[in-house]
Design a protein around this ligand. Sequence first.
Ligand code: 6R9
Length: 648
Amino acid sequence: MWLRCTSKCVFASLSRSYNNVLSRSFNIAAFMPEAAGFEGVSDRAALQEFSLSNSDHFWAAVARHRLTWISPFHTVQDCDLSRGRIKWFEGGKLNVSVNCLDRHVHTCPEKVALIWERDEPGSEVKVTYRSLLDMTCRLGNLLRRRGVKKGDCVTIYMPPCPLAVASMLACARIGAAHNVVFAGFSAEALAERIRDAQSSTVITVNQGVRGGRVIELKKTVDTAVEGCPSVKQVFVAMRTENPVVMTDRDVSMEELEDAVCEPAAMDSEDVLFLLYTSGSTGKPKGLVHTQAGYLLYALLTHRYVFSYHDGDVFGCVADIGWITGHSYSVYGPLANGGTTVLFESTPVYPNPGRYWEMVQRLRINQFYGAPTAIRLLLKYGDHWVHKYDCSTLKTLGSVGEPINTEAWEWYHRVVGDGRCPVVDTWWQTETGGICIAPRPSDPDAEIVPGMAMRPFFGMKPVLVDGEGKLLTSNNTSGPLCLAQPWPGMARTIHNNHQRFIETYCQPYPGYFFTGDGAHRSEEGYYQITGRLDDVINVSGHRLGTAEIEDVVNHCPAVAESAVIGYSHDVKGQGIRSKTVSIMSFTGTQITGVFLQFVQRLPKTRSGKIMRRVLRKVVEQDLGGLGDLSTLDDPAAVQEIVQGHQDLC
Ligand code: 6R9
């Protein structure tokens, strides 16, 4: 019998005993101190189970341990998903800026809170907790003196910079909500968001600097507010030295204020911020996040998904105009007392080595970016990574779109030197923080390339069928819903609770519907297959666009691709693939495919491919393109329309 034992089986038994040693030595109190008293919880799997079956107990313990309260909450949660009622930690009072700043100033005032990685490499600015609190208080006083009150909504149109973070925290300090609008949006898109949020105050900078170019942000604000009668004042900070024309409405942010600003005592369920995200059609939705639950969820996911430890430098390269920037450049890291990077530049400025040169210079430990950038950089070659010392990296994160296996493997092998876990994190503006990701789990547990894998503590993803019946077996696909409420979830759509209920609560009553499709593997791991309207059905075969793109992207001449379904009389749907930078392409395994080669794909400003736009082009419904305010480069659409007409 011994002779018949393969080396694989020896390895399996060795790793089993190694894992036994690991689980024996696992120290729950060191891993999560507030979990030490949970009955029967001695390892991470049991903790995950406990967080679901004793959800209230779990979240109450975490909230008491991790947040600083002005007065304690009396009710952990009062949620009814079927009616869109979501309330966490009622009765509790706290101030988010105190949780992000003051409490760290008490213990480590000189610790660096922000590293502002400015556009020009090597010109970074470090801001300590003490000076970020100082900046926040001065701004809070300025806003207060100029009439901004608790309950008002302040629109922030600024690139990532310390003053933008201080502006967000100053709103939180005085109890105003913020509405950060990505500073690459047009005047019309900005105006639409200001109007919907009914802001009377806007904060901006004179000019932005990105990729070596100066961007006239103040001018964009001037144009936008022309159409926004609600706006009474615009605060202007100086990012560059170039003066801009100031009107009666404008207020310089250089006005000196007192550095002591009394924090407002906020109810857990008061609004912390609005953040607009596009719907598939129609008006963008202003998703509403509230104080305690959002902060707690950002804090906990930041710490556990990325294995963040005190002293680490966290490098999330998302813009603060997106939820990723909110949760993982600002709120999560600061609530944890961490050092966080604010990235002002682009992945290719001044060259495709920018990220990795920055990793070396700032000694970044966790790097968090988007597949679109990874796909771009891998085409430039490994040498751009190898030029720099990336040995400080411990965890690599991916967010925003499915990461194809080629990009995942490159990220893991080349950037992470084969030793850093890649965490593909699935979540949404609506969810406030990461919901499905490979970690936290046993640090040695397997990670399958391109899979988000496992739910976070307290999260219960489920798949349903077309009728809303729960799919209980593994190796199955369907609409992805979340079956249990969690503290970080959006509470409503600003001024439109009915739309919130219709979009998220009604499609599958009792569940929160995400709009994404997912596959649950034989082992019970989750893989996101893309937005549900991207799922295509060809002759009864259900295919995720992500799966097909994965195949197409393996072609060496393809930079990236976007696959969509279109109506087909016989097959139900055919498949169209729009492929960038093809030099040669020699066929495909999938029948019924129509290929169009293009120079660039239509993407949102945050790097998501707008497949619904492609679908409309293919359906020749140019009038039905829907909300294009998030589109990065309108010329990409014209190019595709033209190319499509030529092909037909
Ligand atoms: C955080 C963020 C949300 C949508 C989401 C999904 C897609 C995000 C993903 C992913 C596959 C991942 N998405 N992360 N798809 N794998 N790891 O991006 O929020 O801008 O609201 O977008 O992005 O389709 O529904 P948001």
